[in-house]
Design a protein around this ligand. Structure first.
Ligand code: SF4
Length: 276
């Protein structure tokens, strides 16, 4: 699929924390649009996508002045109180174009100079490990969260064919964790998985968080329903997984395997700013 990529100049770069991110002072999106184009992406139902004449997943705007804006806005925000940042809420900061632009990396460099009190980095891209040298310099003021919504590659391909393969995400997350950086394996949204999934997560991250469409899409599952995701479950013969109760079964499996070793959190609790 052809990707329409453009440089844009933004008016601002830090957005006040709202909705499920209301525990953060700000969210930070280096890009608008996302080349991963996951079928279940709730951003498809937000104005940034709805009012655009192009399909979600086919366009990316590069916020070319993001670093310059961030420096100014961080200095200003820090004068008003604690600054906690979620990067990113409506795009993936390590989508493929980042390998070339290094825009997210430039934002990390700014944040090392003008440090927020806490930075949560959310991605599903193994490219994130490129910036390990910078993550280490944040000490315990940063957590790297890798989305691993299933351990079944065929399921990942059905729901998010343009997103990176699961084994590559697992390897990148392990590398980050082994380097001593606070990390998280984020099962969000929970997709059909195997019984071995909890065991595969065992040494990958400093904690695991489980979320699903009904708890995590910001509308009790209504946005997801509008996306017609249930059709993919039907195609895959996995209808029983499209159910608000499915997470309870997986949560029990995770707790049985991981409790005592690492924390297992559910939904919003796994996305809070700060260390445990
Ligand atoms: S990676 Fe995140 S922002 Fe990008 S399409 Fe997937 S869910 Fe949406």
């Amino acid at each position: 699929m052809k990707l329409n990529i453009n440089d844009i100049l933004s008016k601002s770069i830090l957005t006040p924390g709202r909705g499920l991110l209301n525990e953060y002072s700000h969210s930070l999106n280096p890009y608008a649009g996302c080349a991963f184009g996951c079928s279940y992406c709730y951003v498809r139902q937000l104005p940034v996508s709805l009012f655009r004449d192009e399909e979600w997943g086919t366009w990316v705007d590069i916020k070319a002045n993001a670093a310059e804006l961030l420096r100014k806005e961080l200095i200003k925000a820090k004068k008003k109180g604690p600054v906690t940042i979620f990067m990113s809420s409506a795009t993936d900061p390590y989508q493929p174009i980042e390998a070339k632009t290094m825009l997210t990396r430039s934002l990390l460099e700014v944040m090392l100079e003008v440090q927020p009190d806490f930075l949560f980095v959310q991605t599903r891209s193994p490219l994130v490990k490129r910036d390990l040298d910078l993550f280490k310099q944040f000490g315990n003021k940063i957590r790297i969260s890798m989305t691993i919504e299933t351990d079944k590659e065929e399921i990942r391909k059905a729901f998010a064919p343009s997103a990176p393969p699961i084994p590559a995400r697992m390897n990148a997350l392990k590398e980050i964790t082994d380097a001593g950086v606070l990390s998280q394996a984020t099962i969000s949204p929970l997709l059909p998985c195997t019984r071995e999934f909890p065991k595969k997560l065992k040494h990958l991250a400093s904690r695991v968080t489980l979320d699903d469409f009904w708890m995590g899409d910001g509308s009790g599952g209504k946005r997801t329903e509008k996306l017609g995701i249930h059709k993919i479950y039907e195609q895959e013969g996995m209808e029983k997984w499209y159910n608000p109760a499915a997470h309870k079964v997986v949560l029990k499996m995770l707790k049985d395997e991981l409790d005592g070793d690492i924390q297992v959190l559910v939904s919003q609790k796994g996305f809070m700013p700060g260390i445990d």
